[in-house]
Design a protein around this ligand. Structure first.
Ligand SMILES: [Zn+2]
Length: 140
């Protein structure tokens, strides 16, 4: 299962980062997930909780921020896809977007490249150390 291997990777990274900072407990994990990454955040969380059992990340909050797909066009336009517009158009359903490389630019109408939306990033983890301090660790 796709989500299970993702959860394994997240778990290993979180634990490595937490240990490097002398953590006694992982309080929360914040992920950024592109909408085109074809990943179900609930399933990742479910797998993560199963893997994290009996570890210092056992009781951590698992937060997921969804990222909208972003575009880049020859005309200079850079921005996110208008998701409201996607929902209104059958041809632009976000499931289908994962398979297309280009989409109409909202400014010039030309072919804009999809440059983001497939990312999966551990944005931050919050840990507790022996000194009872809370540390934010960026692991970009
Ligand atoms: Zn354009």
């Amino acid at each position: 299962m796709h989500e299970f291997s993702i959860a394994c990777e997240i778990f290993e990274q979180v634990l490595a980062t937490a240990k490097a900072h002398g953590a006694t407990e992982v309080k929360s994990i914040t992920l950024q997930m592109g909408r085109l990454s074809h990943t179900n955040p609930e399933q990742v969380e479910f797998c993560f909780k199963a893997i994290a059992e009996d570890s210092i990340a056992e009781n951590s909050d698992f937060l997921v921020e969804m990222l909208a797909p972003s575009l880049e066009c020859k005309c200079g336009y850079e921005g996110t896809i208008n998701e409201k517009k996607i929902r209104e158009s059958d041809a632009l359903k976000s499931e289908l977007l994962a398979y297309v490389a280009a989409i109409e630019c909202p400014i010039c109408g030309g072919q804009a490249r999809i440059v983001g939306g497939r990312e999966l990033i551990i944005k931050s983890i919050e840990i507790e150390t022996e000194e009872d301090q809370t540390t934010d660790s960026n692991n970009k």
